[in-house]
Write a protein that binds this ligand. Structure first.
Ligand code: PXL
Length: 265
């Protein structure tokens, strides 16, 4: 299975490509990367970070790949640095996704009901147009709101279903309970084991594991169950081991969950 991960390189903070590579590799994927930007850290909680957008280089990289005839079973996109990049990723899908391959979009926009730095409503509309080209989308509860204007998860899911065949709202919080809302032909709700607090990078770990599960041919429900199990273990470990949550998840010693699941594949 060959996967193309399109995301930024945040050198510190364990998110985006630094997480996608090991997680997808643990799923048995050959992972190629298309970096969207190079940052000294991610933008969530650090100040003074550096940011180098890679728009021109992305074009040059893809032009070279075309001469190699590369095609992917899964294209997975995450953090994009500009509206231009959103449009370019649509082009990348058309050029490099195999016939019958799957396009997984994590519409990275924000958390705690606010945009990440540099994003706004116009950017969210652009991201919604990318979601319309995806087979699966994985907004968190904030992103489902920013994309649809709906705080009610059932309503947000219904709106997202109008653009994408399989939307998944990750970490939908209602009172004390967390669950996955998804629609793969009917609304479903999967309860999640809860750990108090906010864990930076959890969405990226989730998205990469889910893309790996889909690439291995799992159905949505099995993919979500395995992904949720892996993420729960990583978050529980992080809660014990990482005092400053902006440094991301200690997921490394839980990768065996994925390696085991896909050892025979
Ligand atoms: O984890 C999402 C993410 C990805 N990439 C960058 C980010 C964030 C969230 O803060 O800043 C650069």
């Amino acid at each position: 299975m060959r996967v193309l991960a399109i995301n930024d390189i945040s050198c510190v903070g364990k998110c985006s490509l630094t997480v996608a590579l090991p997680v997808l590799s643990a799923c048995g994927a050959t992972v190629d990367i298309l970096p969207t930007a190079l940052l000294s850290t991610h933008t969530g909680g650090f100040s003074g970070y550096t940011f180098l957008p890679l728009d021109d280089e992305m074009r040059r990289i893809c032009d070279h790949w075309e001469t190699l005839g590369l095609k992917y079973d899964v294209v997975y996109s995450g953090y994009l640095g500009s509206r231009d990049q959103i449009n370019f990723v649509k082009d990348v899908k058309r050029r490099f996704l195999k016939e019958g391959g799957k396009f997984v979009v994590d519409p990275v926009l924000g958390d705690n009901f606010t945009f990440y730095k540099g994003f706004d409503d116009a950017f969210a509309q652009g991201m919604l147009s990318l979601c319309a080209e995806a087979d699966y989308i994985l907004p968190n509860e904030t992103e489902s709101f920013l994309l649809t204007g709906e705080r009610d998860f059932s309503k947000a899911l219904a709106r997202l279903k109008e653009v994408c065949p399989c939307p998944v709202i990750t970490g939908a919080q209602e009172g004390d309970a967390y669950s996955l809302y998804y629609d793969d032909g009917g609304k479903k709700v999967m309860p999640l084991k809860k750990i108090e607090g906010s864990f930076h990078g959890a969405g990226d770990v989730f998205a990469a594991a889910f893309a790996g599960c889909i690439g291995n041919g799992l159905g949505v429900e099995d993919a979500l169950r395995l992904t949720a199990d892996f993420c729960y273990r990583a978050i529980a470990r992080t809660e014990r081991e990482v005092p400053d949550k902006k440094y991301g998840l200690n997921y490394e010693r839980e990768l065996w969950v994925l390696t085991e699941a896909f050892r025979e594949a």
